[in-house]
Design a binder for this molecule. Structure first.
Ligand code: SF4
Ligand code: SF4
Length: 436
């Protein structure tokens, strides 16, 4: 046996933390055990006689592996099995690419007339019928993106969800739904219609603010420059009151970051912290605000801490872990209003870049772009040889497709960078554990 290449030790005061990146487990070693491990690291089999219970524990937790084990191969096989898990299927639908707002930084082109046709809507229902007929399916997620999906609420969103609910009922497949929406059209009427559906839990919403009222209304305004801050805030509260989970995203720039302290005042005036875990807030840097990320950091910490202090759940700051996106799995498709199929929602939905098509009969035809995406997920030799593969894997499949080189570290990390990454991950996990 040998020590797994994913195992590392970290002195922490008197004790030592033993970290196995493969299972993201941390074990606390008293000085005597740490010393024993250090002494036998090259030949851990000797531990079997010296300290059989310690040896047994290292073996059971896969900190020790057979000499000829291919740990990367095992890891990838496990990830692929998760990716292919037929008990879940998800679709994200863009019922339209049109939007009722005109945010300056939006990467979408707001093409009028880009509205789902009856034919595409019915094709989506046929796809849902086929997937829910699979006896292995246990949960179905039907999400909406855009454009602004609620512009097509009556024409597409509601009929598709009603159809999905009927299709899920016979075998009690759990149906989930979430919306990435600007929130302006999230009226009581819409919430009422969603609440009448037999979803496994109330639909969830991701809704964005771009600063306090005066800032937000300069960024997120309607076609006739109508302000939107107050209406969105009221809709967030209404959704929470009805038991919906809301992920509020705060888009910050160097100029607007401190104005979120006033937004906090508005949240507090409405007692939104009382909704506990139903509400979480997350800060996202507007990437077009280039060059100021470092400068804005102290202000970001100040604002984030103020939200935490007032009892809000603030999105994790953890960044040292393997990021898995729905785009990386074959069990999730993004369907555009015109039946084009994509995987990633962070790129333009143009037909030249599509990864497949949804046919009128509900069947899906995927192309070589999709095949390339799936192929690139776990093949980079630098990653397969890397000691931080389990907690890195180079990012999402989209970033891999766009990488200049496919055989070198996608992140340009040196061995020292990797050690620092492991240390940061250990610290994140310890901090998390202490918070629980
Ligand atoms: S850029 Fe990556 S993480 Fe973002 S949606 Fe696309 S695939 Fe997912
Ligand atoms: S991207 Fe670099 S650091 Fe990450 S797993 Fe691949 S080789 Fe390792």
């Amino acid at each position: 046996m040998r020590l797994s290449k994913y195992v590392s030790t970290h002195p922490d005061g008197r004790r030592t933390l033993l970290f196995n990146a493969a299972g993201e487990q941390i074990f606390v070693l008293e000085p005597e055990l740490a010393e024993l491990l250090a002494r036998h690291a090259g030949q851990p089999d000797a531990l079997r006689d010296v300290h059989p219970t310690f040896y047994e524990q290292l073996y059971r937790t896969q900190c020790l592996v057979p000499d000829d084990a291919d740990e990367a191969e095992d890891l990838v096989a496990r990830w692929k099995a998760q990716d292919d898990d037929p008990s879940h299927f998800g679709i994200t639908i863009n019922p339209t690419l049109a939007c009722n707002l005109r945010c300056w930084y939006c990467y979408e082109e707001h093409r009028a007339g880009t509205v789902i046709s009856d034919t595409t809507r019915e094709a989506i229902c046929r796809l849902i019928a086929a997937r829910t007929a699979d006896e292995r399916l246990r949960s179905l997620n039907v999400s909406f993106f855009g454009g602004e999906p609620l512009l097509s609420f009556r024409k597409a969103v509601l009929p598709i969800l009603q159809y999905a609910a009927e299709a899920c009922a016979p075998r009690q497949v759990r149906l989930y739904s979430n919306f990435t929406t600007n929130g302006v059209l999230l009226t009581d009427e819409v919430l009422e219609a969603l609440d009448a559906l037999p979803l496994a839990k109330p639909a969830t919403f991701q809704i964005t603010f771009d600063g306090y009222r005066n800032w937000h209304d300069r960024v997120r305004y309607g076609a006739n420059r109508e302000p939107t801050y107050d209406v969105i805030l009221a809709h967030v509260e209404a959704a929470l009151r009805r038991g919906h989970e809301v992920f509020v995203r705060f888009n910050y720039t160097f100029d607007n970051i401190l104005t979120f302290l006033d937004t906090l005042g508005d949240f507090n005036a409405r007692h939104l912290a009382d909704y506990g875990n139903l509400l979480s807030v997350k800060f996202e840097h507007v990437w077009q605000d280039g060059g100021t990320r470092e400068a804005v950091q102290p202000y970001l910490v100040q604002v984030r801490d103020a939200f935490k202090a007032d009892g809000y759940r603030v999105g994790t700051d953890n960044i040292h872990y393997r990021h898995v996106c729905y785009a990386d799995t074959p069990q999730h498709l993004v369907i555009n209003y015109n039946g084009d199929i994509f995987k990633c929602t962070a790129r333009d939905f143009v037909s030249a870049q599509r990864e497949g098509v949804l046919h009128d009969d509900g069947s899906v035809e995927l192309n070589d772009v999709y095949e390339r995406r799936m192929r690139l997920r776990y093949v980079n030799p630098a990653c397969l040889a890397c000691k931080i593969l389990p907690i890195c894997n180079g990012g999402c499949s989209q970033s891999k497709m766009e990488a200049a080189k496919q055989t070198e570290c996608y992140r340009g990390m040196s061995e020292a960078d990797k050690d620092a990454y492991i240390k940061a991950r250990v610290e994140e996990i310890v901090k998390q554990t202490q918070q629980v």
